[in-house]
Design a protein around this ligand. Structure first.
Ligand SMILES: Cc1cc2nc3c(=O)[nH]c(=O)nc-3n(C[C@H](O)[C@H](O)[C@H](O)COP(=O)(O)O)c2cc1C
Length: 351
């Protein structure tokens, strides 16, 4: 049985829709299958889609790009674009499709995104971002937020970011997610831009102090719930990216520790088991098993049997007709492995 049921969605959320913990939008990672998987681990954490461009939504296969299961909610659609009318149209579509919020990407430094004049380069055009946000707010009842960097290139003083936030907030935006690193638009790849520029958390704390009426979420380099709790002393919310993908089970205690829930989380085994009926539904529709299991590889990260789990899934998920049986076999391998480890632990003093 799935961890999430309909009654859960009816529950009011702490802070009237202001979620203190979220999992970052990540291209090629936070697709619907990863989100469904993560929902078996945490039902309250706010989830984001990958960035979807306005052009793709307006001219592409909308159901394929934007479809999701209600289980994934609360869910934010992240948009990439720089045209207020097109963004407004997409925000309206997001509302019709049942998304909970819309977010504008002002943080991606990739060449492709820069060529489209959106992402991080928009930090140099705060008035255009303000126009985009105003158009989106006009078009929908959904909350609209902006995810941005602390700066780009030489526009990287605290004052530059504060000016950006001031202008965009005057257009009605009340929620900002700040990736606490600047981005270099030339010379660094997107991956390097997530690691090389140093983290400047102080700039984000100062932003919260100087704009206390705004909802400020911090992002970048936060890797466990202890750090999340520390950050929450200084800002309104925390967004976790890579650590959520690399160690998804980290979020098992999030509902209790961050949202004050009392319900026990599913064990790793139960999470995998809960994915099986979902997997078979999608495989029956023609999806390759690996499209789902690739997101589950890290479920046992740091645990005995993690390598066995990953190897079994990787080696068997691409086989023709592969279905949830592969996941169940992998679970058996993990349990056999753990049993051996436990037995070893009982007899070996070094354990
Ligand atoms: C593989 C990958 C893809 C990403 N794609 C997006 C994206 O689509 N939109 C976005 O705003 N940020 C994207 N990011 C950046 C993350 O949202 C986040 O800001 C960044 O990873 C820093 O947070 P972290 O240190 O917790 O990972 C991506 C990051 C990674 C690792």
């Amino acid at each position: 049985m799935s961890y999430v049921d309909a009654a859960t969605f009816a529950k009011p959320v702490v802070g009237g829709g202001f979620y203190p913990l979220s999992v970052a939008p990540m291209m090629d990672r936070t697709d619907r299958h990863f989100r469904y998987f993560l929902r078996q681990i945490t039902r309250r954490t706010l989830l984001y889609t990958e960035m979807v461009t306005t052009a793709a939504i307006l001219h592409g296969d909308r159901q394929h790009l934007l479809g999701f299961s209600p289980v994934e909610k609360p869910l934010v659609l992240q948009l990439g674009g720089d045209n207020p009318q097109e963004l407004a149209q997409c925000a309206r579509i997001a509302e019709e499709m049942g998304y909970d919020q819309v977010n504008l990407n002002v943080g991606c430094p990739s060449d492709r995104v820069q060529n489209g004049n959106f992402g991080a380069c928009l930090m140099a055009q705060p008035q255009l971002v303000a126009d985009c946000v105003a158009a989106m707010l006009n078009a929908t009842h959904l909350p609209v937020s902006v995810k941005h960097r602390i700066g780009i290139d030489n526009l990287d003083r605290y004052e530059d970011m504060a000016n950006f936030v001031r202008i965009v907030s005057q257009a009605g935006c009340q929620r900002f997610t700040v990736h606490a690193r600047k981005a270099w638009l030339q010379g660094l790849s997107p991956k390097q831009n997530r690691d090389i520029p140093p983290l400047r958390y102080q700039d984000v704390y100062r932003l919260k102090q100087e704009f206390p009426h705004l909802f400020i979420e911090i992002n970048g380099g936060i890797v466990n719930l202890e750090q999340v709790q520390q950050q929450l002393q200084l800002v309104d919310a925390v967004m976790v990216g890579r650590a959520a993908y690399d160690h998804p089970y980290l979020f098992a205690t999030a509902d209790r520790e961050i949202y004050g829930e009392t319900m026990q989380p599913l064990s790793r085994y139960e999470v995998a088991e809960a994915m099986c009926s979902y997997i078979d539904e999608w495989v029956a529709k023609g999806l390759k098993l690996s499209q789902i299991t690739r997101h589950m590889l890290q479920l046992f990260s740091g645990q005995p049997g993690s390598k066995v789990w990953k190897r079994h899934l990787t080696e068997n998920s691409c086989r023709p007709q592969a279905d949830s049986a592969v996941v169940r076999e992998a679970l058996m391998r993990v349990s056999e492995f753990s049993a051996v480890s436990t037995a070893e632990c009982l007899t070996q003093s070094w354990c």
